[in-house]
Design a protein around this ligand. Structure first.
Ligand code: ZN
Length: 66
């Protein structure tokens, strides 16, 4: 499973492996350091993860989309 995290500075979307969650990554486009939300801490993430067929979209505020 993979996760899409959007850089809050340049809004580029990065496709990451799911183990990138709860880590800070550096945007390779603008060098902005931002946090990938920890999926387990987001209550709504559970059902999204269960219903998602593959990729999960998550923004820096911890909002998760299937
Ligand atoms: Zn960026």
């Amino acid at each position: 499973m993979q996760i899409i995290a959007k850089c809050p500075k340049c809004f580029h979307k990065w496709l990451l492996e799911i183990d990138a969650a709860d880590r800070r990554i550096t945007c390779k486009k603008c060098n902005n350091l931002f946090k990938v939300p920890k999926l387990q801490e987001v209550s709504e993430a559970i059902k999204v993860v269960e219903s998602a067929s593959g990729t999960i979209y998550a923004d820096q505020d911890g909002k998760i989309y299937g």
